[in-house]
Design a protein around this ligand. Structure first.
Ligand code: ATP
Ligand code: MG
Length: 508
């Protein structure tokens, strides 16, 4: 087979197949990367993007196929070997060691520290220089647990650069970043590209993909559909190639609910002097039959609002009413009993139990249901659980080889669908949805919007928190803007004044 036809080709994956049991995560994929380009991998949830990158990074061995780096055929048997070949990767779910500091994480596995002593000062200087050069601003001495998502990501990138990569894989780097952080990341990517480094970029956000990519390879169900130059393509063109059919534009009707109020926050404060993690005199009503959208830059109290409304924290001042009774004890289990559903912000920490099966995760909150046990959560009816799980798999299009598969082996987006199925099927009275479509592809996002609206239409009160302004505008019946822990304004979801809302989001 001819290798490396284009002189600037730095990497080539040829006829890569990766099987997990009977599942083909990748099938006969051929894909190349040139020096100094941003090459995007685009595909639906479960299309095989992360798997292909894990093969490249030496985490998985391909079932078949070859990899060429700078024209040489290589066998990449471990991440350490990938690093030696100049390949760096920032994973979809970060892999930093939480108990260590930023500095310790970055030098972890540094192959030059073969002796007992590492010249910490020299290393430090080197890292600081890199961080300055690329504008990767992080405090080296903080423990990783204290870092926000954006900062953790900068550490991951810094770590990859410190190890000296020519090809950097970024697997959904923007999913959890604020708009400002995304801009910062794009600047870093541009800088790397201008130095001749290559980036393999993965994202479900078409606007980003169109903006940063030089070329795009589209995967569908584990196979390559096509590699295209960015040229004159539109987001719709890409979506059509990705899904294999055209997605019609959605137009949701906005409700004006006059139904009963299901939850009330009355002058609630929580750590109110903390601008970014507090709530300051917040009053909110949520009625049945409406979707209240919270617009705002992430980190302005939205997380605390969601935690409060799901009983995970208690207010310092003010009170809450749930279904016409005052909440005395803030306890998440009590809220679940009251039929409050929660699509949590961090689905890895609080959404799924990774080493349990998909089926068991789906019934996690309803094991006492007579359908699934003798009524007290013992003696589970395995068959009933399994057939329910199969029904959910179908309904929510959860792509897995079997419902007995461990949840952690699902692709990122499909893990999210498991949580959504569990929370939305409960026909909640109150639904607190935090970034419900983060990491989901276009089709799945559409499905989730449809499902949340269907819940609204059968009487749920919904609070939607999203950093995606378009999502807020598309589905909210009423929009509240949060800034530094305060509600800045309220707007109707019908023809909302976009400019005014944008200003309110910036505290103006
Ligand atoms: N360790 C594993 N064991 C079994 N199946 C796996 C494993 N890892 C991945 N898969 C399966 O391989 C397929 C591709 O998954 P992958 O994570 O590569 O998708 P993806 O394109 O990155 O999706 P997403 O956009 O949701 O992150 C999925 O069907 C997934 O369930
Ligand atoms: Mg993935």
């Amino acid at each position: 087979m001819a290798v490396d036809k284009a002189a600037d080709q730095i990497l080539r994956m040829e006829h890569i197949t990766k099987q997990f049991g009977s599942v083909y995560a990748n099938r006969n994929i051929t894909f190349d990367v040139r020096a100094g380009e941003v090459h995007t991998l685009l595909g639906e949830n479960g299309a095989g993007k992360s798997t292909l990158m894990n093969v490249l990074f030496g985490l998985y061995q391909p079932t078949a196929g070859d990899i060429y780096v700078r024209g040489q055929k290589v066998k990449i048997e471990s991440p350490a070997q990938a690093v030696k070949l100049g390949i760096g990767m920032v994973h979809q779910h970060f892999m930093l060691v939480e108990a260590m500091t930023v500095f310790e994480n970055i030098i972890l596995g540094d192959t030059r520290s073969a002796g007992i002593f590492i010249d910490r000062n020299a290393r430090r200087k080197e890292i600081l220089e890199l961080s300055q050069k690329y504008g990767l601003d992080v405090d080296l001495d903080l423990p990783v647990t204290e870092l926000a998502v954006g900062a953790q990501q900068r550490v991951e990138i810094l770590k990859a650069l410190y190890r000296g990569c020519d090809v950097l894989v970024l697997d959904e780097p923007t999913a959890a970043l604020t708009d400002v952080e995304v801009e910062g990341l794009f600047e870093i990517m541009n800088k790397l590209r201008s130095e001749g480094k290559s980036i393999i970029f993965i994202s479900h956000k078409m606007r980003e993909v169109l903006r940063v990519s030089d070329r795009i390879t589209i995967l569908r169900a584990g196979e390559t559909v096509v590699t295209v130059d960015i040229g004159e393509l539109t987001g719709e063109d890409l979506a059509t190639m990705m899904i294999g059919r055209q997605l019609v534009r959605s137009q949701y009707t906005k409700a004006e609910s006059k139904e009963e109020i299901v939850a009330v926050l009355d002058h609630v404060s929580y750590h109110k002097n903390s601008k970014h993690n507090g709530l300051n005199d917040v009053s909110v009503n949520i009625r049945r039959g409406e979707i209240v959208g919270i617009a705002g830059v992430d980190g302005n109290g939205q997380s605390q609002l969601a935690m409060l409304l799901t009983g995970n924290i208690a207010p310092d001042e003010g009170s809450m009413e749930l279904k016409n009774s005052k909440v005395a004890v803030f306890d998440p289990n009590a809220f679940i009993q009251e039929n409050v559903a929660h699509i949590p912000e961090d689905r890895n920490k609080s959404g799924l139990v990774g080493n349990m099966s998909v089926a068991d995760n789906l019934v996690l909150k309803i094991t006492k249901d007579k359908r699934f046990s003798d009524g007290n959560g013992f003696h589970l009816k395995k068959k009933a659980i399994r057939s329910y799980a199969l029904e959910m798999k179908e309904k929510y299009d959860i792509r897995c080889s079997s419902v007995d598969q461990e949840a952690r082996n699902l692709s990122g987006g499909n893990q999210q669908k498991v949580i959504l199925a569990r929370e939305l099927e409960a026909a909640p009275d109150l639904l607190i949805a935090v970034h419900p479509t983060r990491g989901l592809d276009i089709g799945a996002t559409r499905f989730i919007h449809d499902t949340v609206i269907a819940q609204r239409d059968i009487g749920a009160g919904v609070l939607l928190i999203s950093a995606d302004f378009d999502e807020i505008l598309e589905v909210s019946d009423r929009i509240l803007v949060m800034f530094e822990g305060k509600i800045m304004g309220e707007y109707s979801g019908k023809n909302p004044p976009i400019d005014e809302i944008s200003l309110a989001m910036a505290g103006k």
